[in-house]
Design a binder for this molecule. Structure first.
Ligand code: ZN
Length: 598
């Protein structure tokens, strides 16, 4: 047994609690300090996982009680003892997300950051873990899925695991239950997906579609591969969406309808989104799990770690996740460009891009991107979407400086070879230096504009060099996400008239404004996020579809009387319909266009 040993037992699914015993062979003779992370890598928010630790006590190996004092919400101090000690506690697991821990009669899912106390001073020691089933888990024939290295486990995966360090222990989430499962080979490496929750997915279809995406990424980065095997852990729910990357696995949440069904022909949009999510988290195995900002590597997970490089780690990963659907043959070139246009539209629709630079977006992720409120579209810009835009502009800039000899792929591979393999952290300016090196000249102007100014990058000029016409047009429908639209070719087509607000139906048969865009009709009329519209022109409006249809019957410039509730107070205003801005991106390729390469 290693100097640090955890036992996790599936204590009681009814109270959603794991029971954990931690054995410390050589505690600090002056009294052992214990702590729990306040955040989980990849998700930049203080989550205070310690709030779910219950009934923590300490004993000698023989069971004699030792005093425990709470130092602060995330630290515990154990009374001095010269020999082995045991720490006993429970974890309340009722957070159905990829970031926490969840346990009920259907399954158990856990991240180490929620469950395993860090023994201060011994984080670099080996950490072993016994996973113990209870009667219910045995009755239900539950098994374990995790990439945590196995020492001695039974056929169901219960038994002993061992991690080389604390950081490794918390980077292998664990799923336990009666999941469905698929396996495939990519690049000679075994890949496995386990799906928990009610679903009717065509597993063979997922394997057939995902294998070429993984194989293309493995081939792109070349040897050495970062892992010996890989696991996708998918929680299927009614409307979930999200993912979190780990060193050889990912935890994903998706909706039932995003999965393929037996007999499905062409992949539908939601399924493409699911494949893109898988592709995204898989790409992170290189870009952020091994190629890492030094600022994140140095974190003890107790306070926010700040870097300006999230634009690269999430922007480049967002750019490549879709690109690998094209490179793997999941989508054709036209579909690729249309999806890319939709991605770029998500930047051009945000007035906040004129308020926050990309570098600041990254540095303020903790307080702004992860704590978005009703003003978010007007105040911030996402380092995912604008980061992807900047990465595309960087690719096109590298090409133009090198007569097409160098591009973003060269930069990405260089990062893997020179930094990722050795896990050498990136300084805040490493990307800029490497890119300038590749370009053969300083790219200060480019990076100043892309990262430190709020001016739009000259995408029209940059795309023109590779035979793509970049243009902007107004919206023609409520769900117009960008890309080509049949109405765009009709000279007298009327744009989709709207209030310039995001809206949702309420149970009161009214319409709630969730976000109000600056300098659009709702804003100019004094409406705000949270307001509930009940009538236009003294006609009751019961839902968003009805309001939408009413607006489309009105002429441009029309003035409408609007009745609404702010909190519980009835108010009235006048809304003037304006010409919606041209903020939907269209990318049209000339026949000669070979961008991006397959
Ligand atoms: Zn990501």
């Amino acid at each position: 047994m290693s100097p640090l040993h955890y036992q996790l037992s599936l204590h009681d699914y009814r109270s959603h609690r794991f029971a954990i015993t931690l054995i410390i062979d050589q505690p600090d003779p002056n009294g052992q300090l214990l702590r729990l992370p306040k955040w989980i890598p990849g998700s930049y928010m203080i989550r205070d996982f310690s709030k779910h630790i219950i009934n923590l006590r300490a004993t000698t190996f023989d069971g004699e009680a030792l005093a425990v004092s709470v130092v602060d919400p995330a630290h515990w101090q154990i009374a001095p003892h010269q020999r082995s000690i045991k720490i006993h506690y429970e974890v309340y697991a009722w957070d159905l997300s990829v970031r926490g821990a969840h346990y009920d009669q259907q399954h158990a899912f856990l991240n180490g950051t929620s469950c395993f106390l860090d023994v201060v001073g011994q984080s670099e020691q080996p950490h072993s873990l016994d996973l113990l089933a209870d009667e219910w888990a045995l009755q239900q024939a539950w098994s374990v899925a995790t990439t945590l290295p196995k020492l001695a486990v039974n056929e169901q995966g219960f038994g002993r695991y061992q991690a080389a360090t604390y950081a490794e222990l918390i980077d292998h989430p664990i799923e336990i239950g009666s999941f469905t499962e698929l396996r495939f080979d990519a690049g000679g490496i075994e890949h496995r997906m386990v799906l928990t929750g009610v679903h009717d997915a065509d597993l063979e279809r997922i394997a057939a579609d995902l294998a070429p995406i993984c194989a293309a990424q493995l081939a792109f980065f070349g040897q050495p591969t970062p892992f010996k095997h890989y696991l996708f852990m998918v929680m299927v729910t009614g409307n979930g969406y999200g993912g979190l990357e780990h060193r050889s696995s990912t935890a994903l949440m998706c909706s039932r309808e995003s999965l393929p069904y037996p007999g499905m022909d062409q992949p539908h949009d939601k399924y493409l989104e699911f494949l893109e999510l898988c592709s995204h988290e898989y790409f992170h195995s290189w870009n952020v799990k091994r190629i890492q900002p030094a600022q994140l590597q140095q974190s003890d997970l107790q306070s926010p770690a700040t870097t300006q490089l999230l634009w690269w780690f999430e922007g480049a990963t967002s750019y490549y996740d879709l690109l690998f659907l094209y490179r793997a043959g999941t989508i054709d070139h036209a579909t690729y460009l249309n999806k890319l246009a939709e991605q770029l539209t998500r930047v051009y629709r945000m007035p906040g891009r004129f308020q926050q630079t990309l570098a600041d977006s990254s540095k303020q992720a903790w307080t702004k991107f992860y704590q978005q409120d009703e003003n978010a579209p007007n105040a911030i810009i996402s380092y995912y979407t604008k980061g992807a835009l900047a990465v595309i502009a960087l690719d096109l800039t590298l090409r133009s400086h090198t007569q097409g000899q160098k591009n973003l792929d060269d930069l990405m591979r260089m990062l893997w070879q020179d930094y990722g393999i050795a896990e050498q952290g990136l300084a805040e300016n490493t990307i800029e230096l490497l890119a300038s090196d590749l370009a053969g000249c300083p790219l200060d102007d480019f990076f100043n504009q892309a990262l430190h100014s709020t001016n739009d990058l000259p995408l029209d000029e940059l795309f023109a060099q590779v035979g793509i016409q970049f243009s902007l047009r107004p919206p023609y429908a409520n769900q117009d996400l960008g890309g080509p639209h049949p109405k765009a070719n009709q000279p007298d087509a009327k744009p989709y008239l709207n209030l310039g607000a995001a809206m949702a139906n309420t149970p009161n048969n009214s319409i709630k404004l969730t976000h109000v865009w600056l300098d659009r009709p709702a804003h100019r009329a004094g409406l705000a996020g949270g307001d509930e519209i009940i009538a236009l022109d003294a006609i009751r409006m019961s839902n968003v579809a009805q309001l939408d249809a009413y607006l489309q019957r009105r002429p441009l410039g029309d003035r409408l009387t609007c009745h609404y509730f702010r909190r519980d107070e009835l108010a009235q205003t006048e809304v003037t319909l304006d010409l919606p801005p041209a903020d939907r991106v269209v990318l049209s390729a000339h026949k000669s266009c070979h961008w991006p390469e397959k």
